[in-house]
Design a protein around this ligand. Structure first.
Ligand code: ARG
Length: 558
């Protein structure tokens, strides 16, 4: 599954050469990118490690290592404080990097293998909340990145489609549902009757009993009730699909907990027979002892009711059976970390030998405040996206560039970027004016950068890429940034963390602005003009690709 990067370039080639050499010399150290040009392009802290082995001072060890370096793309090597600082031949490396980076497929690879990614996984008849948005966007982006790197990624939306709330919904539906409203705005209407149920049940507790009865009949397969449940499910999918379309998120499979009730029951019995689970002598439930840290948990109630955990385990085994993936990834909030620890523990006991990854994420705080589905205090995702689009539109109006299509791309892009740029474990606070600003670490700033680069290229007329004799520091900085793209993508899939790509995209855009501010492109003489145009063109290609992988569309005008 870890094929070498197919789209290498001269810069990464030298880096790989140095890594290899260091390894062979017994100093397996990570190569660093020095913060300043005068410290070289690549730095190896080999001296300290080799000093111990060779029993000589670090400086001396670094010098010995430096003496072994021999590569046609290396200009010079300096030793300082146990570091070996390597300077590349700017002209040759630039020519190769830019040529590679102007190719449409730059950064793509043929890693092979397959992964299954579980994301979004919303609950039927409930509004998608902002936490689901984070899962949806991270998962959707990961799916694209894996595919770009040649790993088959299967995106699964695992619906929360069972639970006692369906009893309540059925009761509420029969009494208060408005069919027209249900067709027009299904989730708002389902939420309205769900809230009404709780209000009425306070006055009239027998409703709760009725709901339990309805749920029992649903489980027994009562035809009418199953039909209603199916309808709630369909309406939810239809509602969510609109949001997925807006966000640019795709799935390969819509499944759900309801598919795994039978299998979960059988599985609980199997675990019992295998001695992984035991029967609780008091309650008769099947339980698992996960050890000191995780404690005990039920996997099958005494009345045969399955649980979230047992269904998830059945679903996991089913995914392995149907897709045979190398890795299973779950993008789910960190409040479920314990759940996934138990799930993976069980999988391990059953001999599952695949990568099992939980990508946990923190909260998103909206200025609009906290939600409660029962009380109907809900922030609808479609409203969040609409607000972002309106705000983007207002900014464009000020600039005289307003058009509906681009306003939507900028609004949605701002939200997606605000989510993806943050390390998943951290909480996010949305501040509308901040995330929509055309300047700073925002989606609109990155989009603006692509538009600006495209404008330059549009005005350039005919040109062909030329290499440069002397590459200045600004130009070289851009080349080095562009060169790292394939490596950044590889890091994303190693860690299953798309924020690594978002951080890179921002650095790249900032680099471009400072390059362009100090180095005229169209007005400079040949061959500098064509050389700089190749930088602009490669930059545009890489940034546009990065944005696409981060679910951000390139606007026409802004
Ligand atoms: N439906 C769950 C929720 O909204 C998330 C399910 C995540 N996926 C999974 N395989 N457990 O909290």
């Amino acid at each position: 599954m870890h094929e070498p990067l197919a789209y290498m370039n001269a810069f990464l080639e030298v880096k790989a050469y140095l890594e290899d050499l260091a390894k062979r010399e017994g100093a397996d150290v990570p190569i660093q990118y020095p913060p300043e040009d005068k410290l070289g392009d690549l730095a190896l802290p080999v001296g300290f490690k080799l000093a111990k082995q060779l029993r000589i001072p670090p400086e001396e060890a670094a010098k010995r290592f430096a003496g072994k370096i021999n590569h046609p793309l290396i200009d010079k090597v300096e030793v300082a404080n146990g570091y070996v600082n390597v300077f590349l031949k700017r002209g040759d490396v630039s020519a190769d990097v830019l040529k590679a980076a102007m190719d449409k497929n730059y950064g793509s690879a043929e890693r092979g293998g397959r992964v299954v990614i579980d994301y979004s996984s919303i609950n039927v008849a409930k509004p998608m909340h902002i936490g689901h948005l984070r899962s949806t966007v991270i998962g959707g982006s990961l799916r694209r990145i894996y595919r770009f790197l040649g790993t088959e990624a299967i995106g699964i939306n695992y619906l929360g489609d069972i639970g006692t709330q369906f009893g309540k919904l059925i009761v509420a539906y029969k009494r208060w549902a408005d069919e027209d409203a249900l067709e027009r705005e299904p989730i708002r209407e389902l939420l309205r009757i769900y809230v009404k149920f709780h209000e009425e049940a306070e006055k009239n507790p027998s409703l709760e009993e009725e709901a339990r009865e309805a749920y029992r009949r649903l489980e027994e397969g009562d035809e009418e009730y199953v039909r209603l449940w199916k309808r709630f499910r369909e309406l939810t999918i239809r509602y969510a699909q609109k949001i997925y379309d807006l966000l640019g998120v795709e799935f390969d499979e819509i499944s759900g907990e309801s598919f795994y009730v039978e299998k979960a029951r059988e599985l609980a019995e199997t675990l019992l027979k295998m001695g992984i689970a035991e029967r609780d002598p008091e309650t008769g439930a099947i339980i698992v002892d996960f050890g000191e840290k995780m404690g005990k948990d039920i996997i099958l109630k005494s009345d045969g009711t399955t649980l979230y955990l047992s269904r998830d385990l059945a679903a996991l085994l089913d995914r392995i059976e149907r897709y045979n993936p190398d890795k299973l990834i779950y993008v789910v909030g960190s409040e479920q970390s314990d759940h996934f620890r138990k799930l993976f523990w069980l999988a391990d006991m059953l001999g599952v030998k695949r990568g099992l990854v939980h990508v946990p994420f923190g909260l998103i705080n909206l200025p609009e405040g906290k939600m409660s589905t029962r009380k109907g205090r809900v922030v609808f995702l479609e409203d969040v996206l609409k607000k972002a689009t309106d705000l983007a539109g207002r900014e464009m109006q000020k600039r005289g560039t307003y058009n509906e299509e681009d306003a939507r791309k900028i609004g949605v892009g701002a939200v997606n970027y605000a989510i993806l740029k943050v390390e998943p474990e951290k909480n996010i606070t949305f501040e509308w004016s901040r995330i929509l600003s055309f300047e700073g670490d925002t989606g609109p700033y990155l989009q603006y950068s692509t538009v600006r680069a495209r404008k330059i290229l549009g005005k350039a007329g005919d040109w062909t890429p030329k290499s440069a004799e002397n590459v200045n520091d600004d130009e070289w900085k851009m080349v080095k940034l562009i060169a790292r793209f394939p490596e950044v993508l590889e890091e994303v899939v190693q860690k299953d963390r798309p924020h690594v790509l978002a951080r890179y995209a921002y650095e790249l855009a900032r680099g471009f602005h400072s390059f362009y501010d100090h180095n005229p492109v169209l007005k400079s003489e040949e061959p500098t003009r064509s050389f700089r145009l190749s930088i602009v063109s490669a930059f545009h290609n890489v940034l546009a690709r990065s944005l696409e992988l981060l679910l951000i569309q390139e606007p026409e005008r802004m």
